[in-house]
Design a protein around this ligand. Sequence first.
Ligand code: PLP
Length: 464
Amino acid sequence: MSVKYVAEPFRIKMVEPIKMTTPEERLEKIKEADYNLFSLASEDVYIDLLTDSGTGAMSQEQWSAMFIGDEAYAGGRSYRKLLKAGEDVFGYEYIQPVHQGRAAEKILMPLLLEEGKFAISNMHFDTTRAHVILAGGRAIDNIVPEGKKPEVRSKFKGNMDVAKLEALIAEKGVENIGMIIQTVTNNSAGGQPVSMQNMRDLYAVGQKHGIVVCIDAARHAENAFFIKRDEAEFKDWAIKDIVKEMFSYGDVITMSCKKDFNVNMGGILAVKDAVANDALIQSIKASCINYEGFYTYGGLSGRDLEAMAVGIYQYMDEDYLAYRIGQMEYLAGRLDEAGIAYQAPVGGHGVYVDAKALFPHIPYTEFPGQVLAVELYKEAGIRTCDIGSYMIGNDPDTNEQIESEFEFTRLAIPRQVYTQAHFDVMADALIAIKERAHTIKRGYKINWEPPILRHFQSKLEPIE
Ligand SMILES: *Cc1c(COP(=O)(O)O)cnc(C)c1O
């Protein structure tokens, strides 16, 4: 085998046993779950790659910080520690803690969007799209063309198409654009990174037209690692300095801290210029008090804020990031050897297998990404999810199934949780499924679905 695994820059001092299941048991369990992986009990899963969100193993520094959490209702010490860290790392003057990323979206979107306004993003994450729509807005995805082609190996495939952004603003009218959202890394496009140059260019467009630029920053540290590796100007920069520079090209941040802060729960909503945005900050605080909790804890415990204030620094470590991205490269390398297509080159937090390439005979209306997700569970007890037409859902205006740009099955990798042997189980399972892919003739139909974010709860059935 030619691919090399980057050894862990840590050792393990607590373990969580996992149950092994038989193929027969798994067939039964997935049927009981209506072929929706979100409905499985986690004990029935061997390797859980549903998400890298909040599923990581925290460090001893984070666990020990939790003991000094200040649980005061107002004005807590842990809150001020997080504010200070946020200002230091991001350069943003106002940091609002919230319980997770979508809470930041729930507070921010109605303040910037109203009926008929557009949000333009390099690609909306599913909850981001949902909150744009819930606020009455419409979400436009505007990624560079190569980002839509899993087989094209180029750098920074997560970038916004900035030329097209200008055209979209002209077409829709600047007064109808509520916000521009730069997602780093671009989760829905495969955790693909965004270049500093793209962040600069995009921010210049926002400034020129007076449109708010929001950085959806769940994986800012992983993105910074790619900038250092692949953007010549930054090769000698420290990750922390790259992160600071990245955030200078935005006005507000929404962030799920369950990703690159490696905490089990937490999010932030941040505003760069507190003086110019005094009214916005007052509205954020008011909305936070209504929905999340008093603004100095935002729905979190003081101990959670402590873990965040440690994680914000710890996971910018370069050895850690090299190991983290190295895991993705190891799995991707094994898939290359087996001729299995994925969004390439591999991104920051998972491997997005091209289910359309594996099942070319299954149409988007039968959800190839979901087909592969179910097969991975049946094959090896691996839980993944569809990032494709099944996830994207129906057009809010016509109620028709939208055809996604991609049909991916996402193997999202929790931080500091799985070993090289687990990665081999993942690769072997995919190889076994590839060998029998032609025998899987049809996909799934949905028997019941909620109106929004349906993939979490739908009930499916195989088409015979
Ligand atoms: C996870 C994520 C969110 C939503 O955050 P939650 O913590 O899951 O609510 C928003 N945007 C991106 C890019 C994400 O990855």
